[in-house]
Design a protein around this ligand. Sequence first.
Ligand SMILES: *[C@@H]1O[C@H](CO)[C@@H](O)[C@H](O)[C@H]1NC(C)=O
Ligand SMILES: *[C@@H]1O[C@H](CO)[C@@H](O)[C@H](O)[C@H]1NC(C)=O
Ligand SMILES: *[C@@H]1O[C@H](CO)[C@@H](O)[C@H](O)[C@H]1NC(C)=O
Ligand SMILES: *[C@@H]1O[C@H](CO)[C@@H](O)[C@H](O)[C@H]1NC(C)=O
Ligand SMILES: *[C@@H]1O[C@H](CO)[C@@H](O)[C@H](O)[C@H]1NC(C)=O
Ligand SMILES: *[C@@H]1O[C@H](CO)[C@@H](O)[C@H](O)[C@H]1NC(C)=O
Ligand SMILES: *[C@@H]1O[C@H](CO)[C@@H](O)[C@H](O)[C@H]1NC(C)=O
Length: 568
Amino acid sequence: MRWLSACCLPAALTFTGLICQVVCLETVTGIYGETLEIPCNKGAIKAEDILLTKWKYDKGEGVPGDLLVKNGLNVSVSATDDYKGRVSMADNFSLLLSDATLSDQRKFTCMLVLRNDLTEHPVNVLIHKSPADLEINDKAEELEIAKSTKLGTCVAKDSNPAADIIWLKNNKPLVADGKGISIQSSVAVDPVTRLSTTTSTLVYSAEKGDAEALFTCSTRHVAGSELVSPPVTFNITYSTENIDLKIIATEPLVEGADVTLKCAADGNPAPTSFFFHLKENLVKVENADTYTIVNVSRDTTGEYKCSLIDDPTMEASKEITVNYLDINLTPSGTIIRNVGEPLPVNLQIDSSGVPKVSWMKDQVKLDKEPSLTNVAYSHAGVYECDVTMGLLSQKAAFELVVQGSPVVKQLSQELSENGLHQILICKAEGFPKPTVTWSINGTLLSESPFINGKIAQTIAVVPAANLTVSCSVANEFGSDTSAINVSSLNWEVKVNKQDQSDNDQTKLVVGVVVGLLVAIAVIGLAYWVYTKKSKQGSWKTGERENGSSEEEKKLEEKVEENSQKAEV
Ligand SMILES: *[C@@H]1O[C@H](CO)[C@@H](O)[C@H](O)[C@H]1NC(C)=O
Ligand SMILES: *[C@@H]1O[C@H](CO)[C@@H](O)[C@H](O)[C@H]1NC(C)=O
Ligand SMILES: *[C@@H]1O[C@H](CO)[C@@H](O)[C@H](O)[C@H]1NC(C)=O
Ligand SMILES: *[C@@H]1O[C@H](CO)[C@@H](O)[C@H](O)[C@H]1NC(C)=O
Ligand SMILES: *[C@@H]1O[C@H](CO)[C@@H](O)[C@H](O)[C@H]1NC(C)=O
Ligand SMILES: *[C@@H]1O[C@H](CO)[C@@H](O)[C@H](O)[C@H]1NC(C)=O
Ligand SMILES: *[C@@H]1O[C@H](CO)[C@@H](O)[C@H](O)[C@H]1NC(C)=O
């Protein structure tokens, strides 16, 4: 029983002899197709003690088969079967077995005949073979998201023992989870070579991120290093989940512009053809995602949709609003109305939104729409309305001319700066332009432009006495007159300001002063006559005044031939 000490495992030493024989039989592993060395008693042999060495094998069911014998230096092959050409013996008594196959997986026994003993050293032989290569077959054409698809089959061909296949995505193992990942493996044994071919099928439910994923399968075999299949990738397909309709148009969208509808849908492959729902019409657009409506009008306003041709329930819609702003103002152009007549103003607005209206009269903002139920000269002017809605705006205008008999609105006087003249201002309204006449010959200083039926005329006069001056205005519709009492100039002021006057005025003032002295003399004479007469009877006041006025007038006419002259 000494040979039983050839146990392979140190732990086996504690086993009983029988168990050790079964469990601890020395095992040698060879590589398929290569030459296998089966050592005799693990090489622990003293060659000088050995008379004869014999290798035999177990044909099965305990029937032994001879392989070769070494007797001294002479080695003879005694095998007659397949082993005949494959066995040889190394110098150290190891059995060398070439072209190892799986049929060599059996028990080989080395028998040593010593001088006084005979030992047998059985060795169990295992032949390993790693798979020839790994490849993914039956690759899916594409993976659809969330749909379990047979991604492919990984085949590990001709190995022993059978290979375990692991599937990897981006080098991370995929583990069957009963939901998205399921893996089915099977092993087929070749009846001739008895090599195993492992087939593993991955059924996979793709996710969106899998578009770039690398799928591989690998084995780590007892007989070799890790084998990895060439990686495969897949087109990840998914049906449209989102569809969107975009409106491409200038802002604001107004009549006459073009509007482009653009339909965008996701999915892989993304849809390339769409239905555009143009209100009642359905338009199919192929190999494009846009549809352009040219020259839109207010009737274009409405709801627009696009949808998928193969799934009409996938649709998107958008509202298109064409902005428009039309206004119609009556009256228009230039309108002539008689004073007191009504002028109805009507502004019609046709717009797509709420407009803002503002009014101006002669560039001045009005706080409301003009109401011209009873036109007056003050109403004359250019009326403008400005209607805005968002970025759109429209303007319209009319000009109102109020015609009628002129009216003096104001007649006023003021002293000129140098105190030498009375300035008379006559302001009048009327249309057409009234003529302005004065009851006095004055120097025309200015006349305003005739605007909106208004006119103002300014004259300068040098009244020698208090007098009443009238301003008359007249046109084809009638006339008006207004009077003002103009007081004579303050002589002292005139004298004080004498040096500022021009030559003519100096002459004039000298003349007036002479005239005044003459007048005083006349008054003195008149008073002397009066007192003399009053002793005789009575004079009427009017006669007295008339008389003195006539005297004055004559004197004035002598000195004031220039222009200023009083009319009584
Ligand atoms: C026996 O000899 C061969 C070379 O002939 C050698 O490769 C092998 O390691 C030896 N075996 C033992 C157990 O010494
Ligand atoms: C070896 O054995 C063969 C027969 O098996 C024999 O013919 C031969 O002479 C032997 N040679 C030696 C050197 O013993
Ligand atoms: C993905 O699809 C495109 C076109 O549809 C094709 O050219 C490409 O070869 C596909 N890729 C794979 C990995 O199937
Ligand atoms: C646009 O449409 C209007 C009517 O809606 C038409 O009068 C006009 O001529 C069109 N303009 C162009 C450029 O087609
Ligand atoms: C005004 O002067 C002119 C001549 O200068 C004269 O003919 C006319 O009568 C005068 N008018 C009055 C109202 O004095
Ligand atoms: C003119 O009228 C003023 C008052 O309005 C009076 O004081 C003055 O005496 C009058 N002058 C003449 C010359 O009548
Ligand atoms: C001018 O004076 C007279 C008498 O002094 C008077 O009756 C008249 O009302 C006055 N006119 C104006 C316009 O003031």
